[in-house]
Design a protein around this ligand. Structure first.
Ligand SMILES: *[C@@H]1O[C@H](CO)[C@@H](O)[C@H](O)[C@H]1NC(C)=O
Ligand SMILES: *[C@@H]1O[C@H](CO)[C@@H](O)[C@H](O)[C@H]1NC(C)=O
Ligand SMILES: *[C@@H]1O[C@H](CO)[C@@H](O)[C@H](O)[C@H]1NC(C)=O
Ligand SMILES: *[C@@H]1O[C@H](CO)[C@@H](O)[C@H](O)[C@H]1NC(C)=O
Ligand SMILES: *[C@@H]1O[C@H](CO)[C@@H](O)[C@H](O)[C@H]1NC(C)=O
Ligand SMILES: *[C@@H]1O[C@H](CO)[C@@H](O)[C@H](O)[C@H]1NC(C)=O
Ligand SMILES: *[C@@H]1O[C@H](CO)[C@@H](O)[C@H](O)[C@H]1NC(C)=O
Ligand SMILES: *[C@@H]1O[C@H](CO)[C@@H](O)[C@H](O)[C@H]1NC(C)=O
Length: 278
């Protein structure tokens, strides 16, 4: 009997800790939007989730049609983003199409409530300017030289991760470059296959409390000689511009990961109470 009671209260303790450390986020149906018709999604529910961030995502293709998604995720914890942040990203394809997106990540219960004013403000606080044709011209040709000459360099402390594929580099067909958002190391290498549909992907994180901006992820695929060298990367980076207006967004104060959620005092007392039963 005592043992049963013990395991029961232990179970209760686990459940309580789990409940108290979870986050409440809105989750809605994904909807189609255009830049001139931002609307609020339907079918929203408040959910207790086992995730780190509540999110609101807006993605637009060719500055025109796209989607809006309200959900939750865990993906970016490894970057040490312990405060609310907005991730901005631009993707340029070799056929002239492009896509840009922004995801608002926040850490307190119900913080991704899909209010139209907030969604508009999020969108209005963001500028993504780009000269798509110049970017493509810098990186891509329909008649590439084969073999292609690519830069082969990394300052990563784990070069094996950079040159993971094909050390002999038999015949280069695609030059690649990436900048790691955690270590800030660059990696320049080549591929022996043609992988050129996405030429550029650049994501940056805008920390809302400290107002710090970090490189989150940068990837480049190209097929012009030495197009993955640092000078070429610098030239490409001058062909687009991001800006996030910290003074406009967010409308409310932002939160720390530690401050977290719910009725912390209630959870704490309840845990103490169960703990005492042991
Ligand atoms: C705006 O978007 C909503 C939701 O996608 C749609 O129902 C509505 O018809 C659109 N309005 C216009 C004017 O395009
Ligand atoms: C470019 O390619 C993407 C798929 O990679 C496709 O969805 C898009 O429609 C294409 N755009 C043009 C302008 O051909
Ligand atoms: C966002 O910008 C649009 C058009 O530029 C404007 O109509 C709207 O009022 C703005 N919304 C907010 C919340 O700033
Ligand atoms: C590229 O660099 C790596 C690491 O320095 C080296 O092992 C490899 O042989 C190089 N490949 C070529 C073709 O220079
Ligand atoms: C690697 O090189 C790039 C470009 O020169 C530089 O911005 C970055 O700080 C370097 N990273 C490390 C870890 O040395
Ligand atoms: C901003 O980020 C850099 C690099 O991640 C870090 O060294 C610096 O301390 C950060 N500044 C603030 C105010 O958090
Ligand atoms: C957050 O903003 C809303 C209006 O957008 C306001 O009603 C609310 O009181 C604000 N909350 C805080 C904590 O400032
Ligand atoms: C959030 O964390 C910062 C340090 O990272 C601290 O200075 C600040 O007081 C914290 N904010 C709250 C509301 O606890």
């Amino acid at each position: 009997m005592m043992i049963l009671l013990h395991s029961l209260s232990f179970l209760l303790l686990i459940l309580t800790i789990k409940y108290c450390s979870s986050l409440i986020c809105y989750e809605c149906n994904e909807i189609v939007i255009t830049s001139s018709n931002l609307t609020t999604p339907s079918g929203c529910t408040k959910m207790n989730v086992d995730k780190t961030y509540c999110t609101i995502t807006i993605v637009l293709h060719n500055n025109d049609i796209g989607y809006l998604n309200v959900e939750s995720e865990t993906a970016h914890q490894a970057f040490g983003y312990n405060e609310d942040f907005v991730l901005l990203g631009l993707t340029v394809k070799n056929n002239g199409s492009y896509e840009y997106g922004l995801t608002y990540h926040c850490l307190t219960d119900g913080c991704n409530e899909p209010k139209l004013s907030k969604i508009q403000l999020l969108f209005n606080s963001t500028i993504i300017d780009h000269y798509t044709n110049n970017i493509i011209h810098e990186l891509y040709t329909i008649t590439p030289e084969i073999p292609l000459i690519c830069s082969n360099y990394t300052n990563s402390t784990t070069p094996d991760k950079c040159f993971s594929h094909d050390h002999k580099r038999a015949v280069c067909v695609t030059c690649v470059a990436s900048i790691d958002g955690i270590t800030n190391s660059v990696c320049m290498d080549c591929l022996t296959t043609s992988d050129l549909s996405t030429l550029l992907r650049d994501e940056r994180a805008y920390m809302l409390k400290t107002r710090n901006t970090t490189n989150h992820n940068f990837e480049l695929h190209c097929n012009k000689p030495y197009c993955n060298r640092m000078d070429s990367i610098e030239r490409v980076k001058h062909l687009y511009r991001y800006n996030f207006d910290y003074d406009k967004f967010p409308p409310n104060s932002t939160s720390n990961l530690t401050l977290y959620n719910k009725n912390i005092i209630f959870c704490f007392i309840f845990i103490l109470f169960i703990w005492n039963k042991f």
